[in-house]
Design a protein. Structure first.
Length: 444
């Protein structure tokens, strides 16, 4: 028998997994057994499994072996919402909506339809938004501790587009982007799209390991640091003033950009000042209205150092010119009349209530969460493989995110992120108790 080629073995396993001939959860031969069977070197067998893992088809379990990966729940790719159950409880995405928001939208659209400026909504806004609308956002940001000129504010189609344009215009392929070892999945996708070298920083219970970040910056040419100092996704921390000061000092000492993601920052009623306020000359602050207004609104903003504004505007022109005029009119109208501020207060009460429900339902389980947050980080037992757990939960009608979605490096904890905002609040306790029952039923 001739030895198998490395590529042929990878292709054969991939085809068998994708076709279902190797079902999810199947335990594959050990590295040594595969090497003997295919008459290849042990290093080659290890490379085969490494490539299959990189393709998202298998997962290795230290001491247990390599398994065909179960693709249920959110693990970095868009999950299937078609489950073999009549009702689905979605704990994989936060899509908060208020009871009166549909009526608010109808009233706002009627008001826009009869306004004297309705025709202007059919014209194309300049990339980054019109000056008066950028001024509305700048005024709103005063409530977040950011005092900036409207000229430094650019309007975008959501936070993701803001992050995309900042990275596209202010970094180059091969640049090093420092990021928490567990972080927002979208930044990993953007880094891959723009050819950036992600450098994970270990995380602690209260924030990134700043000693490790300092060592990283001393040994590698870090171009930018991506940070979520207020209501981190997925770990929920809020960095204290001392850590913020030190992070800014590190960025200055090593001449790094700071990209601050403020997506969930509105949930904390009194956080320390944002990094942008501490270091406006090097911080790009990006956020939007998906979590505090409506996920389908797709309206965001970026606050930039003056020297970078025109560069990012060129990137917006390439991407999609920013937010459409109708969306911008709705969003800035709600920002100006206090509607968004009222929704944010409602969200804070709602998040606190949901955390109380989660604490009661998950009492005694290893989880961490901020008391005013829409997230829970739930640790699993040693015998509970995250992808297998996600599959069991999906069969019970519960979608979750596995830790893989948030891992920016090789560190893959046994954990789930539970997004609390989407199920109706009066059903959340039942959903979480059902989740607990499924986990308890998994044999060791």
């Amino acid at each position: 028998m001739r030895p198998s080629s490395y590529k042929a073995v990878v292709d054969e396993f991939a085809a068998s997994i994708r076709s279902g001939r190797l079902p999810a959860g199947t335990r594959l031969p050990t590295h040594r057994a595969l090497a003997r069977e295919r008459r290849v070197a042990l290093a080659t067998a290890t490379r085969v499994y490494a490539e299959l893992a990189a393709m998202g088809l298998v997962v290795g379990e230290p001491g247990r072996g390599t398994f065909v990966r179960v693709r249920s729940g959110y693990d970095g790719l868009e999950p299937s919402r078609s489950l073999p159950v009549p009702r689905v409880a979605d704990l994989s995405f936060n899509q908060p909506l208020g009871e009166d928001q549909s009526d608010r939208l109808r009233r706002a659209l009627r008001a826009l339809s009869v306004s004297g400026g309705a025709e202007a909504l059919l014209r194309q806004d300049p990339p980054g938004g019109r000056p008066h609308e950028r001024a509305v956002v700048a005024t709103y940001l005063l409530g977040r501790g950011i005092d900036t000129a409207p000229a430094n504010v650019l309007l975008t189609s959501g936070t993701q587009q803001g992050l995309d344009c900042v990275l596209r215009s202010l970094t180059r392929p091969g640049d090093v982007l420092a990021v928490d070892a567990l972080s927002y999945p979208g930044v990993r996708l953007l880094a891959s799209a723009h050819g950036l070298d992600l450098a994970p920083t270990p995380v602690t219970a209260t924030g990134p390991d700043l000693d490790a970040l300092d060592r990283l910056c001393r040994t590698r040419p870090v171009r930018a640091i991506y940070a979520m100092p207020t209501l981190h996704n997925p770990l929920g921390w809020v960095l204290d003033q001392e850590r913020r000061d030190r992070l800014v000092a590190l960025a200055r000492a090593h001449d790094c950009l700071i990209i601050e993601d403020g997506t969930y920052a509105f949930l904390d009623p009194s956080p320390p000042p944002p990094l942008q306020a501490l270091s406006p000359e090097r911080t790009c602050y990006v956020a939007g209205l998906s979590k505090n207004a409506a996920p389908g609104l797709r309206f965001g903003f970026a606050v930039l150092p003056g020297r970078h504004v025109e560069t990012v505007i060129r990137s917006l022109r390439l991407a999609a010119w920013g937010a459409p005029g109708l969306i911008t009119a709705l969003a800035t109208g709600w920002l100006a009349d206090g509607t968004v501020a009222g929704w944010e207060e409602d969200r804070r009460r709602d998040a606190a209530a949901r955390q109380n429900i989660a604490r009661a339902a998950l009492a005694g389980m290893p989880f961490t969460a901020h008391p005013v947050s829409y997230m829970v980080w739930l640790g699993l037992e040693p015998h509970q493989r995250p992808d297998h757990v996600a599959a069991q939960l999906a069969r019970a009608g519960i979608l979750v995110s596995t830790a893989d979605a948030f891992a920016t490096g090789p560190y893959r904890p046994r954990a789930l992120r539970l997004a609390l905002a989407t199920p109706p609040r009066n059903e959340l306790g039942t959903v979480l108790r059902n989740l607990r029952d499924v986990l308890d039923a998994i044999p060791p």
